[in-house]
Design a protein around this ligand. Structure first.
Ligand SMILES: [Fe+2]
Ligand SMILES: [Fe+2]
Length: 260
């Protein structure tokens, strides 16, 4: 578990987490040592979720603002949501104890991701996609013109991203099937990215959205979707990925290295 972003208030954290897909309201069911979704009454046992982020807030003017916001995700149920607890004066000690205990359990269950050999070349392409995100961000921060950045991004899109999407859609997602929520999300991300790269509009805004969307998409595939794929892939499906995905040595386009 890691704390990824710093927020100044609990409501800012909840809004930003909602944008990242943490939209379910969970509460702790004390008697059964589990979380329950307020909207659907779906219960999650400690084996079925992990705590992705913890954010603590000190109420500077009002101790009533002292809060902890937990971002929770369940791969099994394809659910993401939050649990909120006061802390300090207003903490509910039972909730605090249970969440902390569940957190310990979930930490001991987290194992480092061991990527299947067959999926490793696609993971290396993800690494280059994350580098593109870094270059876009760095370029914009340095005041490089959006036109120069877009030229490089377009080269990467045609040369690397589109063939990568194609392989994933033809040979990787098929393992889980078109109706799987993770596949629906990944295909939706691909469409959104294609649209961002190929339509007109405010270039700087477009680049910022490409950077955020691509980064989130790659992290979702690496941390969630690929784990599920390697769990269920048959020998022949893995063989197809190996046969049809021809990994080429990455040769960067150094015509205009605006990021250095
Ligand atoms: Fe993808
Ligand atoms: Fe991918």
């Amino acid at each position: 578990m890691k704390r990824q972003t710093y927020y100044t208030t609990a409501s800012e954290a909840m809004n930003e987490l909602a944008k990242k897909g943490y939209t379910t309201d969970f509460e702790v069911l004390k008697e059964q040592d589990c979380l329950v979704c307020k909207q659907t009454a779906q219960q999650l046992s400690p084996d079925e979720f992990i705590i992705d982020e913890t954010h603590r807030f000190d109420g500077e003017t009002d101790p009533g603002d002292e809060m902890i916001v937990y971002a929770i995700s369940s791969q099994k149920h394809s659910l993401k949501g939050i649990v909120v607890n006061g802390y300090g004066t207003y903490a509910d000690p039972d909730i605090f104890k249970i969440v902390e205990r569940l957190k310990q359990k979930s930490i001991t269950k987290e194992k480092p991701i061991k990527r299947s050999e067959i999926l490793k070349p696609l993971s290396r392409e993800h690494h280059h996609a994350l580098l593109l995100c870094w270059k876009i961000k760095n370029g914009l921060n340095k005041g490089v013109s959006p036109e120069r950045i877009k030229k490089y991004a377009d080269w990467f899109f045609k040369q690397h991203l589109l063939p990568h999407f194609d392989i994933e859609e033809k040979y990787v997602f098929i393992v889980l099937g078109d109706e799987h929520p993770m596949v629906k999300k990944a295909k939706g991300d691909h469409q959104h990215l294609i649209q961002l790269f190929t339509t007109d509009g405010n270039l700087e805004q477009k680049l910022q959205t490409i950077e955020e969307t691509l980064q989130n998409h790659v992290r979702f595939e690496e941390r969630t979707l690929f784990n599920e794929v390697q769990k269920y892939a048959t020998e022949s499906q893995l063989k197809d990925i190996e046969t049809f995905h021809v990994e080429e040595k990455f040769e960067d386009n150094m015509a205009d290295p605006f990021w250095v």
